[in-house]
Ligand binder design. Structure first.
Ligand code: PMP
Length: 309
């Protein structure tokens, strides 16, 4: 559950968790106009380190720009606020940080004109999103019957609360049918992503992943996996992937901030490879884990420490 004894950064102040409330008629509640991020912080030998902090805040400000939401804070101010929240709540051993920019209470109409822009940064302890065992066993997934949004309907590149109505349908369908997660297709029928993670396909020692095409989020963990694939000398193709290519893959894995690097053991009850975590997935997963936990040098500059570095 949520740590109700803790504090949340709200527009420059730390306020009690229980006071971080909005009115029922806030534009964000009525119309989904909330832009947000999901960031992880890990306890490392050098102190709490936030993964891809600049990238997440840039994506947050980009999401706001797409939705014509003017944010009165710079990325630097928001970065400092993220560290404030970690420190104020004693979350040095690691946590999940959820910056949110939303249209508050005031406007009657969906344009939100007259509603104040409010910015909140809660954080809480959050373990392995899809279960700790799954890092080695992999997860059972299905193909979602719901497609991801078509390009030019609403922006897939924005991390907007409204997008997660689609993601929730995908996730709920998977769980209702006994799966952990789902792979969703785009409106073109080609592979898009999971409900909250990007997808990678391994076959014959090469990696493929779908392009960022308006149906999916430009994941920061996806970018990390691409760096680690290059480091490992594994060729990568970014290309449209038909659904059937997934069933005959040697390995499939998801990437995401919450999910980290997660093997997929089966898709639609078809075993992927031998139905276990494959060697390329394992290698990238280990490297990712070692860097984020501070066990290996941060050679790609993913990690932010308070006061720079
Ligand atoms: N796709 C969706 C829909 C997501 O919600 C997420 C999680 N933010 C991702 C992909 C992965 O992105 P990231 O690696 O930046 O967390």
């Amino acid at each position: 559950g949520f740590p109700e004894a803790s504090t949340i950064w709200k527009d420059g102040e730390l306020i009690p968790w229980k006071e971080a409330n909005v009115h029922i008629l806030s534009t964000a509640v009525q119309f989904g106009s909330s832009l947000f991020e999901g960031i992880r912080c890990y306890g490392t030998p050098s102190g709490p380190a936030i993964v891809h902090l600049d990238g997440h805040l840039r994506r947050l400000l980009d999401s706001c720009k797409m939705y014509r939401v003017d944010v009165p804070y710079s990325a630097e101010e928001l970065a400092a606020a993220c560290f404030d929240v970690v420190e104020a709540n004693g979350l040095h051993d690691g946590c999940y940080i959820r910056p949110m920019v939303l249209r508050g209470y005031g406007a009657v109409g969906m344009d939100g004109k007259g509603s104040p822009v409010e910015c909140y940064i809660p954080a809480w302890k959050w373990g392995a999103y899809l279960g700790a065992d799954a890092f080695s066993t992999g997860i059972d997934c299905c193909t979602a019957s719901w497609a991801r949004p078509a390009p030019n309907t609403f922006p897939g590149m924005a991390k907007a609360a409204g997008n997660y109505n689609n993601a929730a349908l995908i996730k709920m369908e998977a769980q209702a049918n006994g799966y952990v997660e789902a792979v969703a297709l785009g409106s073109d029928g080609m592979v898009s992503e999971g409900s909250g993670q990007n997808l990678f396909v391994v076959r014959d020692g090469e990696i493929a992943t779908p392009p960022i095409n308006g149906s999916n989020l430009q994941g920061l963990t996806r970018a990390s996996a691409l760096q680690l694939a290059a480091e490992a000398g594994v060729p990568v193709r970014i290309e449209p992937i038909p659904r059937e290519a997934l069933y005959v893959a040697d390995e499939l894995f998801f990437t995401g901030t919450a999910t980290e690097v997660m093997p997929i053991a089966s898709l639609d009850r078809i075993a992927i490879g031998n139905g276990r975590r494959g060697p390329i997935t394992e290698r990238l997963q280990q490297r990712y884990q070692d860097i984020i936990h501070g066990r290996s040098e941060d050679v790609y500059g993913w990690m932010s420490l308070r006061g720079g570095g």
